[in-house]
Ligand binder design. Structure first.
Ligand code: GAF
Length: 379
């Protein structure tokens, strides 16, 4: 979205110019799935799709937010009396973040907001986190609130957990707030330590949207989290981050099989995430490829969050590029996208392979985005 165009539309709508335009990107996770709420490791990158928010201050305590992508639908509420909106579902992301921001930080006042975005929704590319972080960024810039990137991410997560109703981890909001251009980001979800890591110039991030729609709140996401917590408790650790495969194998006879398999995914995924991020830094694409393939198999067989059209995409792309690149499902699961690290000179082959086979096999049309890793939120 062009900043000037958004500002012009804001002005047309509110009859004055905005004070600022904030932006927060969506993300793709290269590896480390469902590990964030288990205090583990993730390796995402911010992408060149995101949410833009034009904002101006008001002299009352009302938030008036207009969604350009919903035919300029408008939602208005007072910052000290915020309830869930049953009718305008999209507005709850704004209501949720304003509520937690107001409770947590002094100095928030009313604002006019005009919002647009291009992160495909329900595709596992964090359209909601990008929306939440963009709103927080806009409001905190407008009122010079002491909210740095980590704080913005924690507030976004809190809004999602306590207001929207999804027990998500911290990955999506944190990469949206703290991404770096040209880099992926290894995040330790326990310490919140961040290590940016340059992506190789030889490869492109290719995202294939299966167009099998997913819904985090409605899906089994929260159930997976409960099963992981049950696994940690049966193993006598505070989180699966603290568990090892040896511990798990010893406890296996005393655990429900489903809990064993959920825990196995998390424990092995943490190890794969660390090894893949180191390998990528060292230019060892074979190890990255193997880790991504094993991650996918583990999500399919042990964590059970993939669907057949996604498994099919991974299979055909893996057959095509072998271990010159990597491919796996990305995001929360139950539909959504596949991420592939593809040698630049094979990107067209991947596109062709998907075009030739995917619809015939599944009846779904895929969308393909060749992405760049971008910087995190700014205003
Ligand atoms: C969703 C959640 F929001 C993240 O916190 C993370 O758990 C992810 O699913 C799975 O890795 O995007």
């Amino acid at each position: 979205m062009d900043k000037q165009l958004l500002s012009a539309e804001f002005e047309q709508h509110f009859a004055h110019a905005p004070a600022l335009v904030a932006h927060a990107p969506g993300r793709v996770n290269l590896i480390g799935e469902h590990t964030d709420y288990n205090q583990g490791f993730v390796f995402p990158a911010a992408i060149n799709f995101g949410t833009w928010v034009a904002a101006s201050a008001r002299d009352d305590n009302k938030i008036v937010v207009t969604a350009r992508d919903y035919s300029n639908a408008t939602n208005a509420f007072a910052i000290d009396n915020i309830e869930y909106d049953e009718e305008q579902g999209w507005a709850n992301y704004v209501r949720g973040v304003v509520k937690v921001l107001h409770e947590d930080v002094a100095g928030l006042k009313g604002a006019n907001l005009f919002v647009t975005g291009n992160v495909p929704q329900g595709a596992g590319l964090s359209s909601s986190a990008s929306f939440e972080v963009a709103i927080i960024k806009a409001l905190s810039a407008l009122y010079e609130l002491p909210v740095d990137g980590v704080k913005a991410a924690l507030l976004g997560q809190k809004a999602e957990n306590t207001f929207v109703g999804c027990s998500c981890g911290i990955m999506d909001q944190l990469i949206s707030a703290m991404g770096k251009e040209g880099n992926a980001m290894l995040l330790d979800c326990q310490s919140l330590n961040i290590a940016h890591s340059p992506l190789p110039a030889s490869h492109q991030i290719v995202i294939i949207n299966s167009n099998v729609k997913r819904g985090l709140v409605d899906s089994e996401y929260n159930l997976r989290r409960e099963q992981c917590e049950q696994g940690a408790s049966l193993l006598g650790v505070s989180s699966l981050r603290e568990a090892s495969i040896d511990m798990l194998e010893k406890a296996k006879p005393h655990m429900p099989d489903v809990v064993y398999r959920r825990a196995k995914h998390i424990i092995t995924e943490n190890a794969r995430t660390l090894s893949a991020s180191t390998a990528l830094k060292n230019g060892d694409i074979v190890t990255v490829s193997e880790a991504m393939a094993a991650s996918h198999a583990s999500m399919r067989d042990d964590f059970e969050i993939t669907v057949p059209p996604i498994d099919y995409l991974v299979k055909i792309i893996h057959s095509l590029i072998g271990n010159t690149g990597g491919v796996r499902m990305t995001g929360g699961g139950f539909g959504g996208c596949v991420v592939a690290l593809v040698p630049t000179d094979r990107v067209n082959d991947v596109k062709q392979c998907v075009a030739d086979n995917y619809f015939n096999e599944t009846g779904y049309h895929a969308d393909i985005y060749v992405c760049t890793a971008t910087q995190g939120a700014f205003a």
